[in-house]
Design a protein around this ligand. Structure first.
Ligand code: FAD
Length: 379
C-alpha cells in the first residue's frame, strides 16, 4: 500500500512520524503517570500546522485532503492515541470553516489554526449519550443575549481548552423543528463551571470533564452559523472525523503487530523461538490480515470523502472495523508477549487499554452497526 503514495503523501506521513517520535514518545509515561498533558504539546502541534489540518489556507490552515489525513492519524495512533484531542480541535475548525458566517470565520479561524485557542467539542450529556437528541441543555434568548443552562459530560480536555463548541436546544420558535444550535463559548465565561474530571483506565492525561453551564450569557455573535442547524453541523462534522478514529486505531494495531512480531523472533521457549510455533504464526498472520483489511476500509472511506461521494456508511464501517481490529490485535499482542505483555515497558498493554476507548467514542460501535444496517435497508 505504501508504494501507491505520492511524494507529498509520504512527506505528510513522515513529518507526523518524526513529530511523534521527537515530541511525544519520550514523554508518554510521565504524562500518563502524572495524569497531565502540558499545554505546550498543543502549541507544538499548532506550530507544526496540525491545528489547521482541515483549515482553509486563507486562514493559515493546510487544508489537507482526507486521504492524507488518514496517513497522518495512523502515525499519531501508532504512538499515542490520547493525542486525538487534535482531531477534535480540527473538528471544530472544520465546523466553523463549513458553517460559520464569514465574519465568524475571519475572527475565529486564525486563532484556532494559529494555536491561540484550543477548542473542544461538547455534545454528550448525562441522559444523552448514544441518543444525542435526548439532550436537555438549552439556550434561551433574554435581553439581547443567549443564556445557556445544562450539563455536558465526558468532554475531552475541557479544563484546559480556551473555547468550547457546545450543542444545546434553542428556543423553539419553529415549533419543534431545527431546534439545536452550536455556540462557541470561552471557557472563562462566567457561568461555565468544570467541577470534575474522571479517573479512567486509560487516556489518563487526556482529561474527561463534566462541564456545567449555569446562566451562562453569551452574545449573538457566539451562535455558530444559523440557529437550528446545530445537530446537522455536529453530525456531518463527526461523520468526517470518524475516519480519523479508524486511522488512529489502524496505527495502534500496526504498532502492536510490530512489537509482537519482534518479540516472537527473539523469545525462546522449549529450545526454539516462539515465532517458530505454528500457534504463534497463525496469530501473527490473522493480525496482519485484519489490519490490512481495516487500512483498506479507512483509505476507501477517506477517498470517498475526498471525491464527494456518499460516505456515511463507509465512514461508519471504517470506524467500527478499525477500532474492533485494534482491540483484537492489542489483545493478541499481549497474549504473544505472555507475562511481559502486561508490563508497562512493553507498551502493548497501553494500546490494549486505549483500544477500548476507540470502540466507544464518536458513536459506539453498536450504534454505527445500526446506522450501516439502516442505510442498507433504506430506513
Ligand atoms: C475517553 C472519552 C472521551 C470522550 N470525549 C467526548 C467529547 O470530547 N465530547 C463529547 O461530547 N463526548 C465525548 N465522549 C462521550 C462519548 O461520545 C459517549 O460516551 C458515547 O457517545 C456513548 O454514550 P454513553 O457513554 O452515554 O453510552 P450509552 O449511550 O448509554 O450506551 C451504553 C451502551 O448501550 C448501547 N446502546 C445504546 N443505545 C443502543 C441502541 N439503540 N441499540 C443497541 N445498543 C445501544 C451502547 O452501544 C453502549 O454499549 C467521550 C467518551 C470517552 C470514553
Amino acid at each position: 500500500m505504501d508504494g501507491d503514495l505520492t511524494g507529498e503523501q509520504v512527506a505528510v506521513r513522515d513529518a507526523m512520524r518524526a513529530f511523534m517520535q521527537r515530541e511525544v514518545a519520550p514523554n508518554i509515561d510521565e504524562w500518563e503517570e502524572k495524569e497531565h498533558l502540558p499545554r505546550d504539546i498543543f502549541t507544538k502541534l499548532a506550530r507544526a500546522g496540525y491545528a489547521g489540518i482541515e483549515g482553509p489556507p486563507e486562514f493559515g490552515g493546510i487544508g489537507l485532503d482526507h486521504f492524507s489525513q488518514s496517513l497522518l492519524f495512523e502515525e499519531l495512533g501508532r504512538v499515542y492515541r490520547p493525542l486525538s484531542f487534535i482531531s477534535v480541535h480540527n473538528m471544530v475548525v472544520s465546523l466553523i470553516a463549513h458553517y460559520a458566517r464569514p465574519e465568524q470565520r475571519a475572527n475565529w479561524l486564525p486563532k484556532l489554526i494559529g494555536g491561540d485557542w484550543w477548542a473542544v467539542f461538547a455534545l454528550t450529556e448525562p441522559g444523552a449519550g448514544s441518543d444525542v437528541l435526548a439532550g436537555t441543555a438549552n439556550a434561551v434568548f433574554k435581553n439581547g443575549r443567549w443564556v445557556l443552562n445544562g450539563t455536558k459530560v465526558f468532554i475531552s480536555n475541557a479544563d484546559r481548552a480556551d473555547v468550547i463548541a457546545v450543542a444545546v436546544r434553542t428556543e423553539d420558535r419553529d415549533a419543534g423543528k431545527r431546534s439545536r444550535s452550536v455556540f462557541l463559548v470561552d471557557r472563562t465565561t462566567p457561568g461555565v463551571q468544570i467541577p470534575r474530571w474522571e479517573k479512567k483506565m486509560s487516556y489518563s492525561a487526556h482529561h474527561t470533564c463534566q462541564v456545567d453551564f449555569v446562566d451562562c450569557a453569551v452574545d449573538e455573535s457566539r451562535l455558530v452559523g444559523n440557529r437550528g442547524d446545530g445537530m446537522m453541523m455536529m453530525l456531518s462534522t463527526l461523520n468526517r472525523s470518524r475516519v480519523n478514529v479508524g486511522s488512529m486505531a489502524v496505527g495502534a494495531a500496526e504498532a502492536c503487530l510490530e512489537i509482537a512480531t519482534n518479540y516472537a523472533r527473539e523469545r525462546k521457549q522449549f529450545g526454539q523461538r516462539i515465532g517458530e510455533f505454528q500457534a504463534i504464526q497463525l496469530k501473527l498472520a490473522e493480525m496482519a490480515i485484519r489490519i490490512r483489511a481495516a487500512k483498506l476500509l479507512v483509505h476507501d472511506a477517506a477517498r470517498r470523502l475526498d471525491q464527494g461521494l456518499p460516505s456515511r456508511a463507509e465512514c461508519s464501517m471504517a470506524k467500527v472495523f478499525g477500532t474492533d481490529v485494534s482491540m483484537y490485535v492489542a489483545g493478541e499482542a499481549v497474549q504473544i508477549l505472555g507475562g511481559y505483555g502486561i508490563l508497562r515497558d512493553y507498551k502493548v498493554e497501553r494500546h490494549f487499554r486505549e483500544g477500548k476507548v476507540g470502540q466507544i467514542v464518536e458513536g459506539t460501535n453498536e450504534i454505527h452497526r445500526l446506522q450501516i444496517a439502516r442505510h442498507m435497508l433504506g430506513l
